[in-house]
Design a protein around this ligand. Structure first.
Ligand SMILES: NC(=O)c1ccc[n+]([C@@H]2O[C@H](COP(=O)([O-])OP(=O)(O)OC[C@H]3O[C@@H](n4cnc5c(N)ncnc54)[C@H](OP(=O)(O)O)[C@@H]3O)[C@@H](O)[C@H]2O)c1
Length: 255
């Protein structure tokens, strides 16, 4: 009998070598339908994973020090971000939330490890106080193009001793990480349904504004592995980035 490699064990073993002084080792992960949808509407949750891939996701959560989502996911799904299906250990939850839209009633505020809400200096002090009163750590970093500055947020998490980070969505957050080449592993659950809903990536993930019509300009999974878990498939592997291209020539300048 052929034994399939266990992605959780392989990823977990790799984290110490992949973590850097400036950021944790990063796993990008999500569940999509066969047509690439992660939800029907951006403001509502769609349960995509079957029991076996839900169990795998919770094993993966337990293998990471921290789990990160955007505030859009908190507002739409109200996730707990625990590894309860496998009895823990629970990763530390992190929410990217530049305007502190996380409601004080959000379930993630009851997380046993306490949530980190990453925001900006400009965020409202009263909102921050309300979240801190619920036990949240409010971490202020500089603003970035899509909310908070991702490299600054990751450096701050690394300084707090986070070696491995699982990024679980949603669409805007996954797109931002990919556009900034922030990721070591990708693990995608694919459920055999066709939904025509919210696409997993919000915009092209090539770093340049006008990417050529050439797949070489985009990130990929090097040597992908895939296996069936119940009715779903899981595709996973190391992320590989396109070679940096030379800057566009400036016309009218010096030859
Ligand atoms: N199938 C799955 O695996 C899965 C997993 C998770 C979520 N989802 C689905 O995804 C949908 C939500 O996705 P979404 O795209 O609307 O929200 P999202 O990616 O969860 O959150 C995006 C928000 O995070 C904040 N943010 C702060 N800094 C950011 C940065 N550097 N980059 C990107 N975002 C940053 C921004 O809000 P501010 O400007 O207010 O800071 C931004 O609008 C829901 O339907 C949910 O059910 C699916």
């Amino acid at each position: 009998m052929v034994t399939m490699p266990d992605p959780v064990e392989i990823l977990h073993a790799s984290f110490p070598a992949l973590a850097r002084p400036t950021r944790p080792a990063i796993t990008l992960t999500y569940a999509q339908t066969l047509d690439g949808s992660i939800a029907v509407r951006a403001d509502a949750r769609l349960v995509i994973s079957g029991p076996e891939t839900k169990h795998l996701t919770h094993r993966l959560r337990a293998a990471h020090d921290a789990i990160l989502v955007g505030v859009g996911t908190v507002l739409a799904d109200d996730p707990k971000l625990t590894a309860r299906r496998v009895g823990g250990p629970h990763p530390k939850p992190v929410v990217l939330d530049s305007r502190l839209r996380t409601p004080p009633t959000a379930r993630v505020l009851q997380h046993p490890r306490g949530v980190v809400i990453v925001t900006t200096q400009q965020a409202d002090a009263q909102r921050a106080a309300a979240l801190q009163a619920q036990g949240a750590q409010v971490l202020r970093v500089p603003p970035g193009p899509n909310g908070v500055d991702l490299p600054a947020a990751l450096a701050a998490l690394r300084q707090q001793g986070i070696v491995s980070l699982m990024v679980e969505g949603g669409a805007r957050v996954l797109t931002a990480f990919l556009r900034q080449r922030l990721g070591d592993w990708l693990l995608v659950t694919i459920a055999p349904f066709l939904v025509g809903g919210v696409p997993v990536l919000a915009q092209p993930v090539a770093p340049q504004p006008n990417p050529p019509s050439d797949l070489a300009a985009f990130p990929r999974v090097a040597r992908p592995q895939w296996q069936a878990y119940g009715r779903d498939w899981v595709v996973w592997g190391r992320l590989a980035w396109p070679k940096a291209t030379a800057p566009e020539p400036v016309h009218g300048g010096a030859p």
